[in-house]
Design a protein around this ligand. Sequence first.
Ligand SMILES: N[C@@H](CCC(=O)N[C@@H](CS)C(=O)NCC(=O)O)C(=O)O
Length: 195
Amino acid sequence: MIELALDGDQWQPKFLTINPFGRVPVLVDDDFTIFESSSILDYLELQYPTPCFLPTDTKTLTVVRMVEMLTLHELIPAMLTLIRVTNKNAIEQANQQITAMLNFLEQQLNNSLYITGDQISLAEIVAGSLIIWLPYLNVTLSSHPKVELWCNQLMQRPAWQETQASPRIVQDWLRRIQKLPKIRERQWKQIREAN
Ligand SMILES: N[C@@H](CCC(=O)N[C@@H](CS)C(=O)NCC(=O)O)C(=O)O
């Protein structure tokens, strides 16, 4: 595994030959390179199908995909707003968006262990890995008790324990994520000027 600091090293020519968009994560499996986290998860699922993280039943699979899409298009942009933006209205709207996501998950969890029932799926991997960061953004989970319990149970899983970042690393990441748009803007400007 190669870690990037995202302090500009994502724009080094060596990394751009792997991902020309200058972003992580990237998976290189033998001679096959994949970027975009959803595509990486789909590849892993198809290439290494055991254990299985995608249900086959139409409606259950659709719920997993819906949670993945909501995470990418609703939750992450709202979290990035809380990390980077100081405008009060934007923050309020982001908090509303996050509450809508938490309400949806709370309803979805109903009385089951996982979002789609008694089997863990990509819904946990995608949404869970972001929701557990919410308390770092001062968003409490206590008004969504099922989501809070779900998170706590996810975090107790051995694989989660092994890969979960410590609070210090998370804080450090939040600081780096805050700076990324400036680094990206500077980099595109340099590319523009070089052409
Ligand atoms: N849609 C991409 C987003 C990847 C992404 O934006 N990653 C961030 C780190 S969390 C990044 O590499 N940023 C580098 C930059 O903005 O320069 C995915 O899901 O893989």
